[in-house]
Design a protein around this ligand. Structure first.
Ligand SMILES: [Zn+2]
Length: 86
């Protein structure tokens, strides 16, 4: 009997992985993810100041003001059939 056979019969199951107890996230006092100011909220979110700032800075994107100001470059030659005058 070789040593390989012996080790195959003596397979020991590894101990089950034990995960640490999940810690409850404390919403009554946590640092704002943006400005790190200690704050409380009903759900995880940036503080009111940051929300106001983000709304103000991203309003243009949402309403399409930036998209309207963008004029695409004409890189494509217009269709030859459309240009043909007859
Ligand atoms: Zn903040």
């Amino acid at each position: 009997m070789s040593t390989a056979d012996k080790s195959a019969t003596e397979v020991v199951k590894p101990a089950p992985t034990v995960f640490p107890e999940r810690t409850q996230f404390d919403l009554s006092s946590y640092p704002c993810p943006r400005c790190e100011k200690t704050m409380a909220a009903d759900s995880y979110a940036p503080c009111q100041d940051c929300i106001a700032e983000l709304k103000a800075s991203q309003q243009g994107e949402a309403t399409g003001e930036a998209a309207a100001a963008y004029e695409p470059k004409m890189n494509v030659t217009p269709n030859a059939v459309a240009l043909k005058d007859d």
